[in-house]
Write a protein that binds this ligand. Structure first.
Ligand code: ADP
Length: 460
């Protein structure tokens, strides 16, 4: 096989040799023919030379072009994903090297594509057979993928390539998806459809900070929910069952105390007082457990309304006076007079009362306890502060857990149940808000309740 360069060189040499031979022949002819034919002889020589030059160039050019065209066609087919087209045969060295590279590239691409296809198949199989429902939506709100675990009530079968607005009938889900697609955010929603409970999480898939698509994961929470309901029902019935005997123990102990008229220093009086103190604590625990259980099962009526926070705190002041006054503690209402707030009045009263009770319990006699409020851009903040014992930093995260007490004995001796703050957290969460605390041990604590101004904002 010759290179293109040597091919042209040989052709040129051949052409030159032919021209020389012809020229010698023409010179020879000039010696044998009369001079009147010289012009014809010269023109014939010129035509012959031009013809040979054209013929040689044409052959070379068409040969090369033909093979280049074949190469071009092959690369076009590879580009279109057809790797099985015939390998290219060529008799020009440079093109031979190029065509061998193209053939090798085609084989490698074919292998890589088949590997990719196998991976894709595996991935699809995995997604298809997941217990969780998975779907993908592009930025134009078209469904790109849905596996068979997606409940048909949420996204009907065969909705690929269709717009979510036309296929998703459940308004709440549609609103949730649209809201997150517009804002390019991730989020979660819990929803009940036909007595089934689903949790849908939406994730964004980003590249270079640009959202490419959205992946949704649907979990069927019906069984969890039923189990939780059973647990809550058990807690509720157990609490109700406990309440009756405890109340009667308390009643009998009070009657005994009244009837026996015991000496305040006697052991019997101390025992009866201990029984009464403990029954009171048990009643509080049972009541707190019932409240938590109601909050968790959403059995608590949630009725947000607009009211004056100052008036509410004024009312609470009357209640707290009973236990703060004997200890010389002073209550300060720092809420601005015109501070209006949207919340469930009964539940917010529970929250503030609970925080003030704690502030009083964990503060020394004659200290000050106050409630203030401020309005930020999106939330109303209510602060309950005290000058009490404070809380160590390492305890701050745990005090909202159920039954968690920093100092078990101190809490018990002051009638604490360890449930107060977890109820506070629950109620605030019901309002889509959150509660934080800052504290300096030995100086005091401030509990901050953040309630969204528009409390219908769905929590993330
Ligand atoms: P308890 O019934 O024990 O007060 P809570 O859930 O209300 O239960 O509070 C949990 C723990 O947080 C308490 O045991 C106490 O140690 C701590 N705590 C709550 N409020 C305050 C406060 N204002 N100052 C200091 N410690 C507090």
């Amino acid at each position: 096989m010759r290179s293109f360069f040597s091919r042209i060189l040989i052709s040129n040499w051949l052409f030159l040799v032919v021209l020389l031979i012809t020229a010698t022949f023409v010179l020879f002819l000039t010696t044998v023919i009369s001079s009147t034919y010289y012009v014809i002889l010269f023109i014939s020589y010129l035509v012959f030379s031009l013809y040979v030059a054209f013929h040689i160039s044409y052959r070379i050019a068409s040969n090369v072009t033909e093979q280049l065209r074949t190469l071009q066609e092959r690369t076009r087919l590879i580009n279109a994903g057809e790797f099985n087209s015939a390998s290219i045969m060529t008799n020009i060295q440079e093109l031979y090297e190029l065509s061998t590279s193209i053939n090798a590239m085609s084989e490698r691409l074919q292998l890589q594509f088949s590997d990719l296809n196998i991976e894709k198949e595996k991935f699809n199989l995995l997604l298809e057979n997941l217990k969780e429902g998975v779907f993908a939506i592009d930025k134009e709100k078209r469904i790109l993928f849905q596996n068979k675990s997606i409940p048909k009530l949420l996204i009907p079968e065969g909705s690929q390539s269709r717009n979510i607005d036309t296929v998703i009938k459940e308004k709440k889900i549609l609103q949730f998806l649209n809201q997150h697609i517009i804002n390019e955010t991730e989020g979660k929603i819990n929803i009940e459809i036909n007595k089934k409970y689903y949790s849908i999480r939406l994730y964004t898939l980003k590249r270079d900070d640009k959202t490419l698509l959205y992946i949704g994961v649907v979990l069927d929470k019906t069984e969890d929910r039923e189990r939780q309901l059973l647990r809550e029902q058990f807690v509720q019935s157990a609490s109700h069952e406990l309440k009756t005997p405890i109340t009667s123990i308390k009643g009998y102990a009070e009657t005994l105390e009244a009837k026996l008229k015991l000496n305040s220093e006697s052991n019997e009086k101390k025992f009866l007082d201990a029984i009464l103190r403990n029954t009171d604590r048990m009643i509080r625990i049972v009541e707190d457990m019932l409240t938590i259980s109601k909050l968790e099962t959403s059995n608590m009526v949630f009725q947000p309304e607009l009211f004056s926070l100052n008036d509410l705190v004024d009312n609470i002041e009357l209640t707290v006076f009973g236990f703060m006054n004997p200890r010389g503690q002073k209550f300060i209402n720092e809420i601005p007079e015109d501070f209006m707030i949207k919340a469930d009045l009964v539940q917010l009263e529970h929250v503030i009362l609970n925080l003030i009770q704690n502030a009083s319990t964990y503060s020394p006699d004659n200290s000050k306890i106050g409630v203030s409020a401020e309005r930020l851009e999106k939330v109303n903040r209510i602060m309950v502060w005290d000058q009490g014992i404070g809380i160590e930093e390492k305890e701050l995260e745990r005090i909202f857990e159920r039954f968690y007490r920093v100092d078990m004995d101190r809490s018990r001796s002051r009638g604490g149940t360890g449930l107060g703050l977890s109820i506070v957290k629950h109620i605030v969460k019901l309002h889509s808000g959150w509660v934080t605390v800052s504290s300096i041990p030995g100086k005091g604590s401030t509990f901050i309740v953040n309630l969204p101004i528009d409390i219908l904002i769905t929590p993330e």
